[in-house]
Ligand binder design. Structure first.
Ligand code: NAP
Length: 304
């Protein structure tokens, strides 16, 4: 039986692994994608992580991962489908049928891109519909693209695409962006980004791939010819495996404070999946450390 099973290999899970190794815990990290490092791999550039100014997100994730690996962390690729009580601990079951018995769980499964929920989105996913400019931006080189959203992600994606796309439409439902002021300034100074405000997408149109986007701007419909659509309207927590086990917020985040303690004894939530005010790489890494501190305290209080 493991001391803890860490679910997720983003900054929170990898940071937890580093702290778990330092604490000499017996543990394994379950990662959904082989070699995955979570959402950070999709960022072109991260400017606000202490000591790693201007780092490419993918490379930053690789650094985090190699740190955990260098200490001897064991990884297992799989999708967690169930976490059930087993004696005084838990059984973590994966879609391939494998299961791990553990005294505690560090749940750091992160969050996924929120879908636009419009006609054509599912049909053209991978055929011009994407949620990651760094991954798929090359496909709209010299062409027009649309980015949906008004937060840091949307403006970051638009700036990234503006370097290769001929034109980028940045479509936001309100009359003001939510993104930080620096990103807003950069966007306003970029000639080939056109902000379309007070507008929502209603349909993605095409034959075999995306050809146009139908939007509703200020109550009137219009169609914009584009080659690619990037959804950047926030994220939804990957908390399904804890549904019915730990208390979730109405939005589906696992309710936990900075100590990562959840309502389920011995289950700790770290990173973007937990309720918190600021979802950033640095706060996820901090959660990784705090979660293991809480695991250690739990194990010693429970005589393990
Ligand atoms: P976000 O801040 O939640 O922004 C989501 C945007 O999508 C908002 O502008 C929102 O509009 C819009 N939206 C939501 N639902 C929509 C819908 N159904 N239809 C149309 N528009 C919709 O999400 P995010 O930009 O992904 O950022 C998530 C977190 O990561 C934030 O804390 C952010 O600061 C952080 N982040 C940081 C960096 C960085 O520091 N470099 C980069 C990326 C993300 P409203 O504004 O009207 O609500």
């Amino acid at each position: 039986m493991y001391d803890t099973v860490i679910i997720g290999s983003g900054p929170a899970g990898l940071s937890a692994a580093v702290y778990a190794k330092r604490a000499e815990l017996d543990f394994i990290v379950i990662e959904r994608l082989y070699g995955g490092t979570g959402q950070i791999a999709e960022s072109e550039r991260v400017d606000n992580y202490l000591g790693l100014y201007g780092e490419n997100g993918f490379e930053m994730g690789e650094k985090f991962r190699s740190h955990a690996k260098a200490l001897g962390t064991e990884f297992y690729e799989g999708d967690v489908t169930e976490i059930s009580s087993e004696g005084s601990g838990y059984k973590v079951t994966l879609s391939d049928g494998t299961s791990f018995d553990t005294k505690t769980v560090v749940y750091a499964a992160g969050a996924s891109h929120r879908r636009l929920d419009i006609k054509g989105e599912a049909e053209f996913h991978g055929k011009g519909v994407s949620y990651c400019a760094v991954c798929d931006g090359a496909f709209c080189k010299g062409k027009a693209a649309a980015v949906i959203g008004g937060g840091d992600s949307a403006l970051g994606e638009a700036l990234y695409l503006s370097k290769t796309a001929e034109k980028v439409y940045l479509i936001h439902r309100r009359d003001a962006f939510r993104a930080n002021k620096l990103l807003q300034k950069q966007v306003s100074e970029t000639e080939n980004i056109e902000a379309i405000l007070n507008a929502v997408p209603i349909e993605i149109i095409g034959e075999k791939r995306v050809e146009a986007l139908r939007i509703n701007r200020n109550g009137s419909e219009e169609t914009i010819p584009i080659h690619n659509v990037f959804g950047a309207i926030g994220t939804v927590p990957n908390s399904k495996a804890l549904n019915g086990i730990a208390e979730l917020s109405p939005e589906g985040y696992v309710i936990a404070n900075e100590d990562c303690v959840t309502s389920a004894k011995g289950i700790f939530a770290a990173g973007d999946v937990r309720t918190k005010a600021l979802r950033q790489v640095i706060t996820a890494a901090s959660d990784g450390a705090n979660s293991i501190f809480s695991v250690q305290r739990f194990l010693s209080e429970n005589g393990s």
